[in-house]
Design a protein around this ligand. Sequence first.
Ligand code: ATP
Ligand code: MG
Length: 300
Amino acid sequence: MKLKDIIKRAHKLSQPYRVSDGGKFRLEDVEPDDTGDLTEENKPEAKDALQMGVGALAQLQDLLYAQDRWAVLLIFQAMDAAGKDGAIKHVMSGVNPQGCQVASFKAPSPEDLDHDYLWRCQKHLPERGRIGIFNRSYYEETLVVRVHPEILKKQKVPEKLVGKDLWENRFEDIRAYERYLGNNGVLVRKFFLHVSKGEQKKRFMERIENKEKNWKFSATDAAERKHWKDYAKAYEETIRNTATKEAPWYVVPADNKWFTRVVVAAAIIDGLASLDLVYPHVDKAKQDELAVARKELENE
Ligand code: ATP
Ligand code: MG
């Protein structure tokens, strides 16, 4: 399939999951086990489509790198075991590692806490021509921090600033920050991998029962299940307040990994395609230089 056709298909496939105007967004409108027009029987085709998508991504990334103007920031957020790591690994598998960097954000260090919360993320923004992936991000500031007020207490924010407007202010600042990034040539795309509580349980059980997956299991992750509803509310509020046309969220059904990966790949292809990337123009001087080099090589 031609790149042009893959791009068209990617747009159609990812569109239903895109939220670019958060106002009316409701989490309950997206089913975690949704697989669009595809069924379990289409799984092999979906895998082929992913393979094609991975190839298309590689081509687009080559253009991005050669043009060296735009940067792309992909943000991944999810509950534990929703498949962030696997989605990142599979979707980016064909991309030249030189043009791609992943930053994972865990609980902040003492040095992080001595700064504003964007500080540690700002340091990991992708350079022009590159794709940067945030595995968790500053969005934790309106998610885990909101669900656990004790984390906020440790943040050393001046007391006077911790009032009822705190979350509203954070949303506004994040919107402004992403607008700033957009105005500076950083394309921002955000992914919430939406897994159901039942599927998470299944995956945790597998981590407990399968020896090779034991290392992935953490009792703290399982304990967070008690706060499931609070997290759902925090995600909904966050997406409502930060989904914009320039920096949309994709709320991707995550109960079926094969489908999640196809949608994520499609959304990234759609984003890259919107940049109308082209290889740098070869001017007359460069053409002359190439002609001279060819002659010299031929005459060696
Ligand atoms: P894995 O799939 O390996 O579990 P992970 O992204 O969940 O990957 P963890 O090592 O479990 O990685 O640690 C991430 C933890 O750090 C999460 O529980 C997350 O909520 C927490 N975290 C991230 N950013 C912040 C923050 N700003 N404040 C407090 N906690 C944070
Ligand atoms: Mg974890």
